[in-house]
Write a protein that binds this ligand. Structure first.
Ligand code: SF4
Ligand code: SF4
Length: 323
């Protein structure tokens, strides 16, 4: 902290140092944006999405609207959002249809550990900071786009040119201001005439306004729906599950920005052999003790054995009903 400054008056962010710290933490990209409100058009689009019921059973998406539109409410005196993106792209394919995000270790814990030194450094400089990793009502992709990390593609994912869209986002909300006059870069929409994700989506879940109708999205149907509040879960008859068991990557797999995407992944996010090698027979026969031992620290553990075995039964039932 420089002379004359108090903890209520933190020094402006040293962007060069913050970039170094983020890359040392393993981030593939980092951007900065001043705290503000979500713009009116984006708020309206979100409200229309909710009104159309596309959030399905994700009741939490309807709550905390004020905070979702004004993220500064989550930390008194917040001035800046530092958005980091961590790559989890891997060319390895699991035996079972498990989405890439779930092949490594649980990203909430992994990113929290990775970003700890950066948080300490910000605190040393007199700022108060809060780390948000998919745990708060924050429109992460919206702010990542505003911070100049990339653009939100037709598949509603954040696409970072040269890195792709297989990234976890972690946001540091901090009371440190941006240096005077700083403006984030603007990354132009790069979808052009491409429609590959919409054409390939097995649930036809991607809307013309670049949002996802969760009621038809296999990621939602296999990860969240069976546990959703007041769930009367039913698989939509015209959504083709194919080999997907837990999650779906199709709209990202077909995206040209991912075909040459970086596969440089930090150790904590690398695909784990015990997840890659899991077979249907093993999963069906597994006891809770075996499951907990084998998948400690994995997103599969978070999902739970009962949930995954239920998905296996559901998948077999759907497949046999279509024979
Ligand atoms: S995750 Fe799968 S089902 Fe969901 S929008 Fe993407 S391609 Fe469609
Ligand atoms: S597949 Fe094409 S349309 Fe879809 S997000 Fe990627 S570039 Fe955009």
């Amino acid at each position: 902290m420089s002379c004359g400054q108090s903890s209520a008056d933190p020094a402006p962010l040293d962007l060069a140092e913050a970039r170094v710290l983020a890359f040392e933490a393993g981030a593939a990209a980092v951007g900065f944006v001043a705290v503000g409100d979500v713009d009116a058009d984006a708020q309206k689009q979100y409200d229309s999405w909710l009104e159309a019921g596309m959030q399905a059973g994700m009741g939490y998406m309807e709550r905390n609207r004020e905070v979702r539109n004004s993220p500064g409410l989550m930390l008194e005196g917040a001035q800046t959002m530092i958005i980091t993106a961590f790559n989890y792209h891997t060319a390895e394919r699991p035996c079972l249809g498990i989405s890439r995000y779930a092949l490594g270790s649980d990203y909430h814990n992994a990113l929290r550990r990775q970003l700890r030194p950066m948080m300490h450094r910000l605190n040393e400089q007199g700022a108060e900071s809060r780390l948000l990793i998919d745990s708060a009502p924050l429109r992460e992709r919206y702010w990542a786009e505003k911070a100049g990390l990339g653009f939100i593609g037709r598949n509603s994912q954040l696409i970072i040119p040269g890195i792709g869209s297989y990234c976890f986002l972690a946001t540091i909300l901090t009371t440190a201001p941006l240096p005077a006059g700083y403006k984030p870069p603007v990354v132009e929409d790069g979808c052009g005439d491409c429609r590959r994700c919409r054409d390939a989506c097995p649930g036809k879940a991607i809307t013309s306004t670049r949002s996802i109708d969760a009621r038809r999205c296999i990621s939602y149907l296999t990860i969240e729906a069976p546990r959703a509040e007041g769930s009367d879960f039913q698989w939509p008859a015209d959504v083709k599950q194919g080999s997907r068991l837990f999650g779906c990557d199709t709209c990202q797999d077909v995206c040209p920005y991912n075909s040459e995407a970086s596969t440089k992944v930090i150790d904590r996010l690398m695909a784990r052999p015990e997840v890659l090698g899991l077979t249907a027979d093993e999963l069906a026969a597994m006891t809770p003790e075996q499951f907990d031992g084998r998948f400690a620290g994995s997103p599969l553990r978070r999902a739970g054995l009962t949930h995954l075995q239920a998905l296996l039964i559901l998948k077999n039932r759907i497949a046999s009903s279509r024979r």
